[in-house]
Design a protein around this ligand. Structure first.
Ligand code: SF4
Length: 90
């Protein structure tokens, strides 16, 4: 069962779905989003169609914990988790 703090963390997500699009890395190591969504993203609602088993379906989905958000480079600048962890809220 999730703890209350885990619920609070999950509630931060704006369900924008921007993290669920393919990205590519250029020769300089910069990450660029594409218009290609994960096959499990509902592009109308922007919700994952397999959210509760997203880590098991083989698409490389990563559970976004504070520790993960601290180090990954591919979350969009306006991601609520990124803004919380990197102190750019508000
Ligand atoms: S980019 Fe951030 S706020 Fe948007 S859906 Fe992904 S985790 Fe949630």
């Amino acid at each position: 069962m999730d703890s209350p703090s885990e619920h609070g963390w999950e509630d931060l997500c704006r369900r924008c779905g921007e993290c669920c699009f393919e990205k590519w890395v250029d020769d300089h190591g910069d990450i660029h989003p594409t218009a290609i969504p994960c096959r499990f993203l509902d592009i109308i609602t922007r919700e994952c169609k397999v959210y509760h088993k997203r880590l098991e379906v083989g698409e490389g989905c990563v559970k976004l914990t504070p520790q993960v958000v601290e180090v990954v480079q591919w979350l969009p600048e306006n991601c609520a988790y990124r803004r919380r962890v990197h102190g750019s809220d508000g």
